[in-house]
Design a protein around this ligand. Structure first.
Ligand SMILES: [Zn+2]
Length: 347
């Protein structure tokens, strides 16, 4: 650890930029915000100056408002210089939403991990008019509230394609251990995991910048959930493994540019917090399941606040992930209850 640098978290810019405007957070690095129509109501975008073009980190999701804002940003703070490259940290809609649009409309190169590209392209092509039986079975297995279950079963599900532009063939793959040149700097590429599989992060060799996507955020912990696509996944295990790999890279003077909330310094502290948060949650949960409980019966020890309908789905997949981690590491057993829910109990 470097001497004299702050050990706690600090936020050099207490206020985010207004939509359509930028804050220069380092030489040739612009920070933008785009709106999201959900409880987490924004995503951060970074544009790095590559001389005759810009490289953009993540894109926001695809809707008319975001496209209009991008046109404003390109004509305004980006000075009419083309976006030559889009680097996508992970496959979630708020990050990859307009990558295909930049590729097809502006000829930009799309750079991301193979898993992110495959996941996004698969999901964008897989349009469902009614919920799949596997999805409904997964909801039951997590113990979804019966009223909400009936509602979800009868309505058109959320589709990736609703908010992600179609993704043309052809992208450039990045992998763990490689380096990449962006904005006059050389960056080490390290893969995160748990929030999204093969989630790319970038660590500058030439100054103190880290582009962390959603792997490392300042004031919220990224959602780590199990989904119907892979009911036996252990994303908590993957998350903790990734944190253990990334923690030794962290320096107090790193300026962390994440996908949401504010840029910050004090990364070693934050890495410790992110790891401890999950260990704390697992410990509370294990005490709570002295009698068998489903995922939706475990919101109290995990979230310590009331979960509304808008957060119910995210809370459910996160609770299931924590219980499944206890199960898969031998600390809990699970049995199938009459209503189709897995109930977990301390072993
Ligand atoms: Zn995100």
């Amino acid at each position: 650890m470097a001497d004299g640098a702050p050990q706690g978290l600090r936020y050099p810019w207490p206020e985010p930029p207004e939509h359509g405007t930028a804050v220069e957070v380092a030489e040739g690095v612009l920070w933008f915000r785009l709106p999201l129509p959900m409880k987490l109501d924004h995503v951060n975008i970074y544009a790095l100056d590559d001389g005759d073009s810009w490289t953009v980190i993540d894109t926001g999701l695809d809707n008319g408002k975001t496209r209009r804002l991008w046109q404003e940003m390109m004509a305004g703070p980006l000075g009419g210089k083309p976006v030559g490259r889009v680097i996508v940290t992970h496959h979630h809609p708020d990050h990859i939403g307009l990558a295909g649009w930049f590729q097809s409309e502006f000829g930009a190169e799309v750079v991301t991990t193979r898993t992110a590209w495959l996941m996004a392209r698969m999901l964008v092509l897989d349009v469902q008019e009614t919920p799949l039986p596997e999805t409904l079975a997964f909801y039951r297995s997590a113990g979804m509230d019966p009223e909400l279950y009936q509602k979800r079963a009868g309505e058109r599900p959320f589709n990736f394609a609703d908010i992600v532009a179609s993704i043309p063939l052809g992208y450039t793959r990045i992998q763990q251990g490689q380096t990449i040149r962006i904005g006059g700097r050389t960056w080490d590429i390290h893969m995160g995991n748990g929030h999204a599989p093969e989630h790319a992060t970038f660590w500058s060799r030439d100054d103190n910048l880290v582009l962390s996507g959603d792997q490392i955020l300042s004031s919220i912990s990224p959602n780590v959930g199990v989904h119907a696509t892979e009911p036996m996944a252990d994303p908590i295990g993957e998350w903790l493994e990734a944190c253990a790999r990334l923690e030794p890279l962290a320096r107090p003077d790193h300026l962390v540019l994440g996908g949401h909330k504010l840029p910050f310094t004090g990364l070693p502290t934050r890495m410790r917090q992110l790891i401890d948060n999950h260990h704390g949650a697992l410990k509370r949960l294990l005490e709570y399941i002295d009698t068998p409980k489903s995922a939706t019966e475990c919101y109290a020890p995990l979230f310590k606040r009331k979960i509304g309908e808008g957060e119910y789905g995210l809370a459910m997949v996160e609770a299931f992930a924590h219980l499944s981690h206890l199960h898969q590491t031998g600390l809990a057993t699970r049995t199938l209850r009459d209503d189709g829910a897995w109930v977990f109990q301390k072993a």
